[in-house]
Design a protein. Structure first.
Length: 139
């Protein structure tokens, strides 16, 4: 089994507070001869549509001295996971979960905003102290 990220349980609580039901912990991704694990699988009932929105979440802390290196790793994982999730469960969206401090200190840079939008990377920002989701960014 994969090692839990520092903020794994924080993100789990934040998703539950936001109305999500955790369905898988970890979320297993299987495609042909490969098995990988994203941190969480969750779903939320959309009352107006009487349907469920399903997501997979990969938690990222960005704790090393180089946020660019962390972004490179996160993006590699994001594309690997999203490719195989689209084959296994095409209605499930993949999100990176990033701490609020990284969002304001790194993801607000114009160059990073251009990159994230152009690469269609979806993520949400969480506050680790309050264990809450601050904002969703869907690209």
């Amino acid at each position: 089994m994969p090692r839990l990220d520092l903020y794994h349980n924080v993100v789990r609580v934040a998703l539950i507070k936001d109305g999500w039901t955790i369905t898988q912990d970890p979320f297993t991704i299987e495609f042909e001869d490969l098995t990988m694990y994203a941190d969480l699988g969750a779903e939320k009932v959309i009352a107006a549509q009487k349907d469920k929105q399903r997501i997979a979440v990969e938690v990222k802390t960005f704790r090393t001295p180089s946020p660019v290196t962390e972004l490179e790793r996160a993006v590699g994982q994001y594309y690997l996971y999203s490719t195989f999730i689209s084959k296994q469960d095409p209605d499930r969206a993949l999100y990176l979960a990033i701490p609020e401090r990284i969002y304001y200190n790194f993801f607000q840079r114009p160059s990073i905003q251009v990159f994230v939008k152009e690469r269609h990377i979806s993520f949400f920002v969480f506050n680790p102290d309050r264990e809450e989701i601050v904002t969703w960014i869907v690209n």
